[in-house]
Design a protein around this ligand. Structure first.
Ligand SMILES: [Zn+2]
Length: 285
């Protein structure tokens, strides 16, 4: 669904007093990140605001990328073969429906499918996904104001002053999350009227006590001289259940992330929301 007609529709159906309704765009590097990290907040916001999830790296890999080491590794873990993108897009649509959000599907490849100009894998080991991006990664070429603007405009995203962009903070340092955070920073730099907030990437935020402060330091350095302010979104029971239901849509991912699959996801996610008091974001001030 494109944002432009949505915004027009919203304007036509809201009364004058409700026109302050915001438009929220959640940037999800992969299918599942927005639901995993912000599912409760998205489900709450959709009661009053226009909400769209933009999954950027859900492009169809070319056949030759399916044999790269990380593609083989993840396909085995997910129990998916050549139909991987079809299944993951369907999971993404189901999750968006359960949260009441619109969904945009991007055409960028995720890290395991990306090759350098010689055709070699940019990332070979799972651990390499949590280091600095490979300088030969072709996505780094897209990190310019113009390229990023084109990616969003091609999806019909209107970069207006009532737009709130929710981007990954980069907790866990996944290269794809780092790249999407950089895209958001470039957009905000070119469009100062935008509100940019960063969500804590879950489940990476549960890894240890250092990952969130590390990501905060990294992101704070990128927004200087401005600073980051913690924003807590308390979630009611309905929103917490919606987050669990949305994450449950990603059946191919659950057993890779949680040893006990669906049950592990429900317990851990519920505990995490209780411990945080909801969901936490960091806003540029
Ligand atoms: Zn991700």
């Amino acid at each position: 669904m494109k944002l432009t007609p949505c915004i027009r529709l919203l304007a036509a159906t809201l009364s004058e007093g409700e026109m302050a309704a915001q438009v929220h765009l959640f940037l999800s590097p992969h299918a599942d990140d927005a639901a995993l990290s912000c599912g409760g907040q998205i489900a709450s916001l959709t009661r009053q605001h226009q909400v769209t999830i933009f999954t950027l790296m859900i492009g169809q890999p070319p056949p030759e990328a399916l044999n790269l080491p990380l593609a083989v590794y993840f396909h085995r873990k997910w129990g998916l073969g050549a139909n991987v993108v079809t299944v993951r897009r369907a999971e993404d649509r189901l999750a968006a429906r359960r949260m009441g959000s619109a969904l945009l599907a991007g055409d960028l490849l995720e890290a395991g499918y990306r090759r350098d100009s010689q055709g070699n894998a940019c990332y070979v080991e799972p651990a390499s996904l949590h280091l600095a991006p490979n300088p030969a990664d072709p996505l780094l070429q897209l990190l310019t104001g113009e390229s990023v603007r084109n990616i969003f405009q091609a999806q019909g995203v209107v970069l207006s002053s009532d737009l709130v962009i929710h981007a990954p903070l980069g907790v866990g340092n996944h290269v794809d999350h780092q790249i999407v955070r950089e895209m958001a920073l470039l957009l905000a730099h070119e469009n100062p009227a935008l509100r940019l907030v960063f969500y804590e990437d879950y489940p990476y935020a549960t890894w240890n006590d250092k990952v969130v402060p590390d990501a905060l330091n990294e992101t704070a350095a990128r927004v200087q001289p401005r600073t980051l302010k913690r924003v807590l979104h308390p979630l009611d029971l309905r929103a917490r259940l919606a987050r669990i239901a949305a994450i449950a849509s990603y059946r191919s991912q659950l057993s890779m992330i949680w040893r006990r699959g669906m049950v592990g996801m429900m317990l851990r996610t519920w505990q995490f929301m209780a411990q945080r008091g909801g969901e936490v974001e960091w806003e540029i001030t």
